[in-house]
Design a binder for this molecule. Structure first.
Ligand SMILES: *Cc1c(COP(=O)(O)O)cnc(C)c1O
Length: 315
């Protein structure tokens, strides 16, 4: 969203599928207009979005596909890795991610011309490094997002651990999902056909309080934490309703660029009811809790079961 706003473009939100928590391709087409340039699916929580359908719609409308794979490093979809399924794949190495070096990130792609533009954008807008650096020309006005060698040296050894960790989390997460079937009111994030092994940045599920004596999600989360289960709620607030949206639409720049009618229409159409529901119901378990042994995974299940069995005592 921020990247789009900083280009003085309107970020148009597509609602999610309530069962997979990913952008719903069925809701994508109605959001496309003559000014749409790109679509940005987010592979949320370490699972893949429905990329075949998204790519197909993007192709039909001549849109670039920019994958936000920050939470899905090494997640596979139909035998390929997330971030390699669209035109550009984006990754983050910020501290909470699967591998981290403090701050930093990466963008990948196969189109040299496009990658040269990415390179230029991340390094002050100068040309790609061909020939003498002193002969490089300044092409565009751009920021400096360069990662330094120190960060790289912290990051690189972590790559060696990645495959094994993803394999282990995939195994543990699938085991947890098969156990959780017994507990009513716990609805794990569903996969699309083609989902291979997955990063499980967070193991997300929806919590249906009617099966837990109407105990709120806040209280349920406290109970999980008391059982030693580390949680993260990615979506407490609806992103499309955050103050940044109104602040941006009301800015002088946006009022100059977009007509009153366009901004009015944007406001009217800026509704994502499934995502609103997800914000109320979903919670995740941090990746490191799923990186342990089968016994550790049993402990997560037993903790949730204990809460379910004692739901009458929760307040
Ligand atoms: C972490 C994250 C980002 C941002 O990463 P930064 O490195 O902080 O810019 C973007 N998208 C998703 C889905 C993320 O999880």
């Amino acid at each position: 969203m921020n990247a789009i706003i900083l280009l003085n473009a309107l970020p148009v939100f597509v609602d999610i599928d309530i069962e997979t928590f990913q952008m719903d391709p069925a809701k994508m087409e109605e959001k496309i207009n003559g000014n749409t340039k790109a679509v940005e699916p987010v592979h949320i929580a370490g699972l893949s979005a429905d990329m075949d359908r998204i790519n197909k719609i993007a192709k039909k409308h001549n849109l670039m596909v920019v994958e936000d794979a920050c939470q899905s490093l090494f997640t596979e979809y139909k035998g390929k890795k997330c971030g390699s399924l669209g035109d550009i794949g984006c990754f983050s190495f910020q501290v909470s991610k699967i591998i981290g070096c403090g701050e930093g990130g990466a963008a990948i792609g196969n189109d040299d011309e496009l990658m040269n533009r990415c390179y230029s954008f991340h390094t002050l807008g100068v040309e790609t490094e061909t020939g003498s650096p002193a002969r490089r020309r300044w092409m565009i006005g751009a920021p400096k997002y360069r990662m330094n060698e120190f960060e790289g040296s912290v990051l690189l050894p972590q790559l060696d651990l990645l495959e094994e960790r993803v394999n282990r989390r995939t195994e543990n997460a699938e085991y947890l999902t098969s156990n959780l079937k017994d507990i009513p009111g716990i609805l794990p994030q569903k996969h699309y056909e083609g989902q291979g092994k997955a990063t499980y940045y967070t193991y997300d599920f929806r919590y249906k309080k009617e099966h837990f004596n109407d105990v709120s999600l806040d209280v349920f989360e406290k109970a999980l934490n008391a059982e030693g289960i580390p949680t993260f709620r990615q979506s407490i607030f609806e992103l499309n309703k955050e103050p940044v949206i109104e602040n941006t639409l009301n800015s002088r720049t946006f009022k100059k660029i977009f007509s009153k009618e366009r901004l009015k229409k944007y406001r009217e159409e800026n509704e994502c009811p499934n995502n609103a529901q997800r914000c109320k119901e979903s919670i995740g378990i941090w990746h490191w809790a799923l990186s342990g042994t089968k016994e550790d995974t049993d402990n997560i299940y037993n903790g949730i079961l204990k809460i379910y069995e004692n739901r009458d005592k929760l307040t």
